[in-house]
Design a protein around this ligand. Sequence first.
Ligand code: SF4
Length: 338
Amino acid sequence: MESLLCKTDKDLMSILSLDKPFQARIIRDNLIKGVTSFDEMTSLPKALRERLSKERGSALTGRIIRKEEADSTVKIAVSFPDGAIIECVRLSDGAGRYTACLSSQVGCAMGCAFCKTGTMGLIRNLTAGEIVEEFILLSLLGERISHIVFMGMGEALHNFTASIDAAMDLHRESGFDISFRKMTISTCGLVPGINKLTELDIPIRLAVSLVSADDDIRSDIMKVNRSYPLKELKDALLRFQHHQDRRLTLEYCMLSGVNTDRKSAEQLASFVKGLDALVNLIPWNPIPELGFRTPSEEEIRQFEKDLKSLGINYTIRRSKGRSISGACGQLATEARKN
Ligand code: SF4
């Protein structure tokens, strides 16, 4: 069953066998307002509401099958009619700002060694409509969501068209009206995707999961680096920044004994040179089966000192939601690739 989001009036008319374009518009307007039951779309004729309810149940194809909450982070698992299950998260900054962390794929093909999603393999891409459904389902939890990060399961730029179509839909003024400036697309460093994003020339933010500025270490733990090594990545980021003039985020997942020594800090400083970038340190969130270690407080403090002495702009993200596996790199669902 196809999602009804990110569709034109014509598409909706054909999918739902509607007679009139205004009926499609009513359905879309209701979905934007979070009305997901056809029965409650009272501007539609009663007979039509009854038929649609009977044929489709809800106006969304995704269904929340699990909800967990900790540290003001809420993680939901969403199941789609073909059995695909993804997770997405609503994050809070504690001061009334809510961010939706959306998945773009069921699983992920990139296989980064520190990430639980990577262990699933790629099961399938999500459609743009399914990605927008995640946003609606997270919004229905009760708070107004103002920011979006494409940092859930999957590599958003590996599902480029659907991710961008979803971002466009979420941005549309007559729809969810979220500014591109409040959206961030995260990538593990897929250079062709970054180049396409540069060409699109929309003011969406970009975050790159860097993890190491040493080609050997990065290639070891992030397969993407074997195809697009650091020099190519940096060139792509320089082009992106030349076009966009927007600060980048470099996510730096801290792995004890792997990327937290002085040499790593110096390599990071050399990678950052010439970029307007903020390094976001993320002490690795434990996933027992992956065999890495979270750095100790002392290791973290020493690395921070090194970054300061090298003049690197950084912040540190103390991940919320660890206890519900809703933190960075911890999302994964049961459905694994066979
Ligand atoms: Fe995929 Fe991102 Fe995990 Fe890498 S870190 S495996 S790109 S979800």
